[in-house]
Design a binder for this molecule. Structure first.
Ligand code: SAM
Length: 292
């Protein structure tokens, strides 16, 4: 039987009840697979057998919890009538952070754009310093709200991947990384930079789009019109990317816009990265150091 084959009976036939021997189950599974492939071809759909070979490592090295608390964000889309795109409502942000004392911390927000989260963070969390990472091209958007900030703040402009200005001061306690990851194809360097900028045990609140498939896959996009390179991970791929870059403790808030393709995750920094690598030591190097 194919190692990744799902239990037979998914099609509604109670195969377990009649206890077919393994070889017979394999025959049934292959026949089912051929039927699915044939129908998919006719319907111009694709079918594939998902691979779960990474699960042992995820189970061994990571923690993943689901938090079902109420999150006041049930919008069908993140874009409103005025064409303003906001990932998580500020009420939703409040719900997610309920029970956590994040006041007076050193805070980094990546991609603040319209400043809606930034102003909430400034007012509610009163950070000791609030630092923003964004592209300088969005400066005209930032100028509209920057004057309302009360916390000491500064900007580190340029692609987060190479925003070394984030590493020049004390590491951050808390990072807001909302609606940014899927815009880039460079997930590992981005998450690695956030790891370097954050203290051990510090928190990362992440919102991003995921692909609905069940296994660990990255959907690469070369966007029509803009020509931009983007990558959308499945939830398992995102968990692996986070684990590899030192975020091995993750909680998902399941009540955030259920049915949408976006997730909100709270991730804790569990590992420091080696000086010269974007992946933690638990990931075996491609070649042992002696052969490298
Ligand atoms: C869709 S907006 C998200 C705005 C807001 N954070 C929210 O949650 O709705 C994406 C923001 O991330 C910024 N951004 C995207 N890729 C980035 C990168 N590689 N480095 C720094 N900022 C980036 C964009 O300039 C923009 O401000």
């Amino acid at each position: 039987m194919h190692p990744s084959a799902p239990p037979i009976g998914d099609a509604g036939i109670r195969v377990d009840a009649v206890r077919l021997p393994a070889p017979a189950r394999a025959v049934v599974w292959r026949a089912g697979r051929r039927a699915v492939d044939w129908s998919a071809g006719k319907l111009k759909l694709a079918s594939y057998v998902p691979f779960y070979d990474y699960r042992e490592q995820l189970d061994l090295h990571t923690t993943f919890r689901e938090d079902g608390r109420r999150v006041r964000d049930k919008r069908p889309s993140t874009v409103d009538a005025a064409d303003v795109d906001l990932t998580l409502t500020v009420e939703g942000l409040e719900d997610v952070l309920l029970g956590r004392d994040w006041t007076g911390k050193r805070v980094l927000e990546v991609g603040p754009k319209y400043g809606l989260h930034a102003l909430w963070i400034d007012e509610q969390l009163q950070p000791s310093e609030l630092v923003f990472s964004d592209f300088a091209a969005d400066r005209h958007l930032h100028e509209r709200w920057e004057g309302k900030l009360r916390a000491p703040h500064r900007w580190v402009y340029g692609d987060l991947r190479v925003a070394r200005g984030l590493l020049e001061h004390e590491p951050f306690d808390v990072v807001f990384f909302l609606g940014v990851l899927y815009h880039s194809a460079f997930h590992l360097p981005l998450l690695a930079m956030l790891n370097r900028a954050t203290r051990l045990d510090g928190d990362l609140l992440l919102e991003t789009t995921i692909d609905p498939r069940p296994d660990a896959a990255l959907r690469l996009r070369w966007q029509r019109g803009t020509g931009k390179a983007k990558a959308v991970p499945t939830l398992d791929a995102l968990r692996i990317e986070l684990a590899w870059t030192g975020w091995r403790d993750v909680t998902r808030f399941t009540d955030y816009r259920p049915g949408s393709s976006e997730v909100v995750l709270l991730c804790r920094k569990t590992d420091e990265l080696p000086e010269d690598a974007d992946l933690i030591d638990l990931v075996a190097p491609q070649r042992p150091p002696a052969e490298a």
